[in-house]
Design a protein around this ligand. Structure first.
Ligand code: ACK
Length: 298
């Protein structure tokens, strides 16, 4: 259900992304509401362009200045990243009461986490082969999006099934750059305040030394594969506290192979979870590994 969009919005460089006046934006319905912001389905009706649907991301009404800053930063980062099929596309921006609004493409199947949970029953009735094929394809698409992000010297820092969106034709697109940083030539980002970080997706060096490189995203990619193969289970399902998760990761123990997961995909997860970050594959390597698995099944 790709929506017709005017040429003006199909930009080569996102840096020229358009700012729409609020009058041009019709609210259709709320798509979701998180701790820090809301996502709303809107129709953009601008005089110069064919109307198009978009998902509008805004801060909550009671947002702190910190939340506003984070969303502004997310917009600036999205502008700098060239477009890619497996990354959610920036369509424009707007401003409401001085707060930024990010307009991105509307992806009708919503996020991958909710999709997996919704489809859990159907999946279990299908043959294991069907399961592994669809899942390997998701894994391949996500690896491609992350390859693009990492080659452009960005970190995601919050890669998880809830931050991947699915188009109507089931193409995975990486979303939510709220925590990403342009790492620049040093390719490393260090912080003293982990803040809102997703403990269950974090590598040992991020958890214990606040060190973020693309290899932390690779670790999270392994966790994301695990989420997919468990139809959206919570990583480290038996561990209930942050303390327990930290200790588990510290001890060097990994997660077991999910029931519906084949050896090849589990091998990929294990490579992403090497203690030594340098030994983890690059996203380019992960793309080819997933490609081999996809071809094996055809
Ligand atoms: O599974 P969902 O419907 O898909 O629930 C979440 C919710 O908003 C909070 O993130 C949905 N959502 C976020 N961005 C988009 C988008 N670009 N297109 C469609 N739905 C979206 C997401």
């Amino acid at each position: 259900d790709r929506n017709a969009r005017p040429d003006a919005v199909v930009h080569k460089s996102n840096l020229r992304v358009r700012e729409y006046p609020m009058e041009a934006i019709d609210v259709k319905k709320t798509l979701g509401s998180g701790e820090f912001g809301d996502v709303i389905l809107v129709k953009v009706n601008d005089d110069d362009s064919v109307p198009f649907n978009a998902a509008a991301k805004k801060v909550k009404d009671n947002a702190s200045r910190e939340d506003v800053r984070a969303l502004k930063r997310e917009l600036e980062l999205m502008k700098q990243l060239p477009r890619h099929d497996n990354v959610v596309e920036l369509l424009g921006s707007s401003t409401y009461n001085g707060n930024p609004i990010i307009l991105v493409e509307y992806l009708s199947l919503g996020d991958l986490y909710n999709y997996l949970v919704r489809k859990r029953k159907n999946y279990i009735q299908k043959s294991d082969m069907t399961i592994s094929k669809e899942f390997a394809k998701f894994g391949w698409q996500i690896a491609r999006g992350m390859e693009h992000i990492s080659l452009n010297k960005f970190l995601h820092r919050d890669l998880a099934a809830r931050n991947v969106l699915l188009s109507a034709n089931k193409v995975c697109k990486i979303s939510d750059f709220g925590l990403s940083r342009d790492v620049g030539p040093k390719e490393m980002y260090s912080t003293k305040s982990p803040g809102r970080l997703p403990i269950r997706c974090m590598s040992p060096e991020a958890l214990f030394h606040n060190i973020y490189t693309t290899k932390n995203d690779v670790w999270a990619y392994g966790i994301l594969l695990w989420e997919i193969l468990t139809f959206g289970a919570t990583p480290y399902p038996r561990l209930t506290t942050v303390h327990d998760v930290r200790n588990h990761v510290k001890s060097g123990r990994l997660m077991d192979k999910p029931e519906h997961c084949d050896e090849d995909i589990y091998n990929v997860m294990q490579e992403c979870w090497k203690q030594n970050a340098e030994e983890r594959p690059t996203f380019s390597k992960l793309v080819s590994k997933m490609e081999v698995i996809l071809q094996r099944d055809t």
